[in-house]
Ligand binder design. Structure first.
Ligand SMILES: Cc1cc2nc3c(=O)[nH]c(=O)nc-3n(C[C@H](O)[C@H](O)[C@H](O)COP(=O)(O)O)c2cc1C
Length: 369
């Protein structure tokens, strides 16, 4: 299958993968699609390691990088100052959850797969500086994806200087219009069923609205893509490709912990929740004791981004590190309800293409009826 977006990025199939796992990124690009590494959770040093690994394993293929840079810059670089703005009620609420769950402090030499909110690429100038260093050192990156809104002009200028294409996520048609006006090349329509930060309009409703808004600019449909039938539906809605995150979570190349992986493979589509309790903005993630506690009567209201993220990221790491199963969560979309097998990334891509062909044949047959 091919669309114009394949020509833009010199790829065989318009399947785009968001992942924090370097081997997922490599394997998707090597399977004919396009892997995009989510940089938000890495320290600058760790990101450099991951990118060097990708560069030395991806051969002649290309990949992309995704940063969580809000359209409105969080000016303050001083995380201590930001943390001081967290009310005591919220701190006590989280401390209480940690002590009830028997989750002690992290060891001093703790190194999780992803960094804490204060060490990762989220606050102040750090994501922009990390993007600058990344683009100076890694020339196999050909796409930049902006996670939270329209990329600021300095990000657009930087990407243009390095000849990158620019994509941005949209949860409403008006967001897509802003991305187009700012000079982005691709819009990703992210429906409410998606993992991570997401709006509240479903992919089925959102995608054609965004296609209409920005046409002829290419649109990728994200949220709920877990089979070739869903890819065929996205193309039928006017998208030129798909943007998928959850489908890679249980693959062999994913770096999830066994608890997270098992939870995902055992979950139904009702086992995720769209909640502000992780970062302060609505994120779809696995339901857990942690998300339930924030939903319960008497729980404090989540703080605005990034304060809530600064408040909760250490707790999430502690639940994960000490395998406190009922408190462990992870960003995940509703599509996990149809993921049951631990396959390699290549197998997933092949399965998607076989299902896509069957779906398109079924659609064509309706014309010959
Ligand atoms: C574990 C995980 C973390 C995510 N973190 C980010 C992120 O940092 N930046 C971003 O642009 N999207 C992030 N997303 C969302 C994906 O980019 C994508 O929009 C979403 O996964 C698509 O919906 P799906 O999960 O139904 O495939 C994340 C998704 C997952 C599964």
């Amino acid at each position: 299958m091919k669309t114009d977006v394949c020509e833009m990025l010199q790829i065989d199939i318009p399947v785009f993968a968001f992942s924090h796992c370097r081997d997922v990124v490599v394997q998707v690009s090597k399977s004919g699609g396009f892997g995009v590494l989510g940089a938000a959770g890495f320290t600058p040093e760790r990101l450099e390691e991951e990118l060097n690994w990708i560069d030395s394993h991806i051969g002649d293929y290309q990949y992309g990088i995704d940063f969580l840079i809000p359209a409105k810059r969080i000016e303050d670089n001083d995380t201590e100052k930001l943390k001081a703005m967290i009310p005591n009620t919220h701190r006590e609420f989280v401390t209480d959850l940690l002590s009830k769950s028997d989750a002690p402090e992290l060891p001093t030499d703790y190194q999780g797969h992803l960094a804490s909110a204060e060490d990762g690429a989220t606050i102040g100038d750090r994501p922009f500086e990390m993007l600058r260093t990344t683009l100076e050192n890694h020339d196999k990156i050909s796409l930049y994806v902006n996670a939270l809104g329209t990329p600021p002009p300095e990000v657009i200028n930087l990407c243009r200087k390095h000849n990158l294409l620019i994509a941005a996520m949209a949860g409403e048609a008006k967001h897509a219009a802003r991305h187009k006006a700012a000079g982005c090349d691709i819009v990703i329509a992210v429906g409410a069923e998606a993992a991570g930060h997401t709006g509240d309009i479903s992919t089925l409703v959102l995608t054609p609205q965004i296609v209409k808004e920005v046409s002829p600019m290419p649109v990728l449909a994200g949220g709920g893509i877990g089979s070739g039938e869903q890819i065929a539906a996205a193309i039928a809605l006017g998208a030129q490709g798909v943007w998928a995150g959850s489908i890679w979570l249980p693959t062999i190349q994913s770096e999830l912990t066994p608890i997270q992986r098992n939870k995902i493979l055992a979950s139904s589509s009702k086992d995720t929740i769209r909640t502000r309790c992780m970062t302060g903005k609505p994120v779809r993630m696995l339901k857990s004791g942690f998300t339930e506690a924030w939903e319960a009567d008497g729980a404090p209201s989540p703080l605005p981004y990034p304060l809530q993220y600064l408040l909760t990221s250490d707790a999430a790491a502690r639940f994960e590190h000490y395998s406190i199963e009922h408190m462990v969560s992870y960003p995940a979309g509703q599509v996990i309800g149809q993921l049951r097998d631990e396959l390699s990334v290549r197998q997933v891509v092949m399965q998607l293409m076989e299902e896509y062909i069957d779906a398109v044949e079924r659609l064509s047959a309706t014309l010959d009826y």
